[in-house]
Design a protein around this ligand. Structure first.
Ligand SMILES: Nc1ncnc2c1ncn2[C@@H]1O[C@H](COP(=O)(O)OP(=O)(O)OP(=O)(O)O)[C@@H](O)[C@H]1O
Length: 271
């Protein structure tokens, strides 16, 4: 029997969003979740999507992942249609909640996508072990999800999303449920991982400081209808350390993001 393993390393990590729209039919009429969104993401960028609840952040991420089909516009993921990108395993997806299988140990959870993709048995194990080292959980390979903290579980789900080495990582508010200190620690880890692996990351968050700290650019969205209000370049040195949060350049970028968010909310912007 021949086994076919999709090799995502042959595809790039760029994402192109052009005049993208998503309208959901609902009982009370239509919900315009996304209207005329345009955005070019280069391979290896770290992009955060931030905006008020219901502005379409998850919708945009789900469109990229081919979990939804747009009602208008054009979307290319890794140079292909989202469907082709999904079939090529061009992205890994990290959900808000870790979504691990309780009856599988940590190693076996990380190996799961590799099983689905028919990777040879030895390669599955080797890759999963490498990924667990990458997220600092190699000592917990035999533990079960319920024996881990929320932050550790989320690290397992990141390892799982990266197991087949996709060029793109889509992350939907992965640290939203964690306390501030754990979140800052995982932010540092994610940045290290991003530097080491050179993935393109699209990251949904509600936190201005998280978005600025992590990103090369922050995309600010507004609700009803969901739109891109503006994009803030984050010109902070790499590699970023915890101290960067105390610098004037950090405050400047955070202020720009805040002003765009307030504009989108319809509040007056205080100069
Ligand atoms: N499957 C669906 N059917 C109908 N409406 C939907 C569906 N998915 C999302 N919506 C609506 O689309 C809009 C955008 O939702 P989305 O989840 O993308 O927002 P969000 O910015 O991610 O919000 P949050 O920050 O609260 O997670 C909302 O008004 C939501 O109710």
């Amino acid at each position: 029997m021949t086994t076919t393993v999709a090799r995502p390393s042959s595809v790039g990590g760029a994402i192109s969003v052009r005049n993208l729209g998503m309208v959901f039919p609902t009982a009370g009429g239509e919900t315009v979740a996304l209207q005329n969104a345009s955005l070019e993401i280069g391979a290896g960028e770290f992009i955060s999507l931030i905006g008020p609840s219901g502005c379409g952040k998850t919708t945009l991420l789900r469109l990229m992942a081919d979990l939804l089909t747009p009602t208008s516009g054009e979307l290319r993921v890794a140079g292909q249609t989202p469907q082709e990108a999904r079939e090529q395993r061009a992205y890994g997806y990290v959900f808000q909640a870790p979504a691990l299988f309780e009856w599988r140990n940590v190693l076996s959870n990380v190996m799961l996508p590799l099983e689905v993709m028919n990777f040879p048995k030895e390669e599955r194990r080797a890759r999963a072990e490498t990924m667990l080292r990458l997220v600092g959980l190699e000592k917990f390979a035999r533990s079960y999800p319920w024996q881990l903290s929320g932050g550790m579980q989320q690290r397992v789900s990141i390892a799982r999303a990266l197991a087949f080495d996709p060029p793109i990582l889509l992350m939907d508010e992965p640290f939203g449920a964690l306390d501030e200190i754990t979140r800052e620690h995982l932010n540092m880890e994610l940045l290290r991982l991003w530097r080491d692996t050179k993935k393109t990351v699209v990251f949904v968050t509600h936190s201005i400081s998280e978005a600025v700290f992590l990103s090369t650019r922050v995309v600010v969205m507004t609700a009803r209808p969901g739109k891109i209000e503006g994009v803030v370049d984050v010109d902070l040195p790499q590699p970023r350390t915890a101290e960067v949060r105390e610098t004037p350049a950090f405050f400047e970028a955070a202020t720009k993001v805040r002003e765009l968010l307030r504009k989108g909310h319809g509040f007056d912007v205080v100069e």
